[in-house]
Design a protein around this ligand. Structure first.
Ligand SMILES: NC(=O)C1=CN([C@@H]2O[C@H](COP(=O)(O)OP(=O)(O)OC[C@H]3O[C@@H](n4cnc5c(N)ncnc54)[C@H](OP(=O)(O)O)[C@@H]3O)[C@@H](O)[C@H]2O)C=CC1
Ligand SMILES: O=CC(=O)O
Length: 406
């Protein structure tokens, strides 16, 4: 642990990512046997429980007892957790993320441009400071969850920005979705103070943020990643490498252990190297998501146009190879023209715009994303910016209505 601010405040006890990466336990490869009898369970593990390989070759048969005692021994003590945690930006995502840190026992200090949004967190035990600078000065690690590149820059590097409160031994973790250039600029300013910087945009929306089920796409200072890993695990998804209902009793026992204790994770937080890589990964993911939603919208409307029930389409899609939680979650409300905001449409359009810039920078054709981006722009021009991004379907409805008049 390279940083100097480790104090016993948080109550969670989770393994550090280095302990996971250095685990002597076998690679979690669905094609290789982990069991003494040589059994393979390659076809039985649901995809969401498949782990990313974390070491090279399986060396010994799996033993739950050995595994659990090794994990207990390697779990960091509470005094290895960052003591004082700052949180800047308490919107749809930032509020529940900060709330989960507070509920886990962390000493959290908050700031938000609209001060009233701090009140619910203060009533849960958070402290308040009146500028990003003051938060950064009073905390060991400061997280920022801002709307877009400009606000992320303002909050980090503005007149009363976080950089002004940074110094050696501190860390700044920007979890906003921004482009790589913005992230690099923020990182440079933060590091000029002697502090460490990590970009860590998240995949997962309002509900995963509330449930502590986010996926972090991090890049930057590896030692800061190691330091904040337990905090990311509080806010993020924990994956167990074994299926919870696997017939092998040891695997069942292990997954129960994993899920109950939240002690062992495979990577639901990714460390991707240099600053810019986390931002790029996030933009690629959201480029795909924006196009998927646009395509799904077309399907729902075409279904209705030809006299089929779009609710049945949602059901059909959910059972086949193109099923996605997003379609099952948003489809039923889209059919009713309801768009309760989880991911604001304006942010999805921002992400498509930034992804197109990324593609342009490397001359990669992205015609599908470009078309989807146009549709989100139309939706914005129709006043749908603050609706959920599934409201993009409204832009197509307008087009279909005007066609039918011709
Ligand atoms: N919602 C989602 O499902 C997801 C969102 N994201 C990304 O996370 C980030 C935040 O999203 P979300 O919480 O939904 O967005 P919100 O619009 O709910 O919150 C945005 C936050 O940024 C603040 N902000 C905006 N402009 C400024 C400014 N100029 N100066 C200071 N603060 C400012 C807002 O403050 P104020 O309260 O004063 O307006 C608010 O705290 C975005 O980058 C988004 O793309 C990533 C994954 C999922
Ligand atoms: O950025 C949005 C998300 O759902 O992820």
């Amino acid at each position: 642990m390279a940083m100097s601010f480790l104090k016993p405040h948080c109550t969670h006890r989770l393994p550090s990512s280095s302990s996971i990466l250095n685990s002597p336990f076998p690679t979690i490869s669905p094609t290789k046997s982990l069991f003494a009898n040589g059994s393979s369970f390659s076809t039985r593990i649901p995809n969401h429980f498949r782990a990313r390989p974390i070491s090279s070759t399986p060396t010994k048969p799996f033993s739950f007892k050995a595994f659990s005692s090794q994990i207990s021994a390697s779990a960091p003590k509470p005094d290895e957790m960052p003591a004082r945690v700052g949180f800047l930006g308490l919107g749809i995502m930032g509020s529940p993320m900060a709330q989960n840190l507070i509920k886990a026992g962390c000493d959290v200090t908050v700031w938000n441009r609209t001060e009233s949004k701090c009140s619910p967190l203060i009533s849960l035990g958070a402290k308040y400071k009146s500028s990003p600078k003051e938060v950064a000065a009073s905390c060991d690690v400061t997280f920022a969850m801002l709307a877009d590149p400009q606000s992320a820059l303002d909050v980090a590097c503005g007149e009363h920005g976080a950089a002004k409160g940074m110094s050696p031994g501190k860390g700044y973790v920007d979890v906003s979705t921004v482009d790589g250039a913005t992230s690099k600029l923020i990182g440079t300013r933060i590091k000029a103070t002697g502090a460490l910087f990590l970009e860590a945009p998240v995949s997962g929306s309002k509900k995963p943020a509330e449930d502590g089920q986010l996926i972090f796409l991090t890049a930057g200072d590896r030692s800061l990643f190691e330091t904040v890993a337990p905090l990311l695990d509080i806010m993020g998804k924990l994956l167990c490498p074994y299926a919870p209902h696997h017939p092998f009793s040891e695997a069942f026992e292990l997954s129960t252990f994993c899920l109950r204790s939240r002690r062992y994770t495979t990577q639901s937080k990714f460390f991707l190297g240099d600053v810019g890589n986390g931002a790029a990964m996030k933009l690629v993911v959201n480029m795909i998501m924006g196009s998927m939603m646009a395509s799904f919208s077309e399907g729902l409307l075409l279904c209705e146009r030809v006299g089929l029930d779009p609710k049945v389409l949602v059901e059909v899609v959910s059972q086949g190879a193109i099923s996605a939680p997003m379609f099952s979650m948003k489809g039923p409300s889209m059919v009713q023209s309801l768009y309760p905001t989880a991911f604001p449409l304006k942010h999805q359009q921002k992400d498509l715009r930034l992804a197109l810039g990324l593609a342009e920078s490397v001359s990669q054709p992205t015609p599908i994303a470009a078309a989807a981006n146009e549709l989100y722009k139309v939706a914005k021009s129709r006043g749908l910016s603050d609706e959920d991004f599934s409201a993009v379907i409204e832009a197509l409805k307008v087009k279909l209505q005007s066609q039918s008049k011709e």
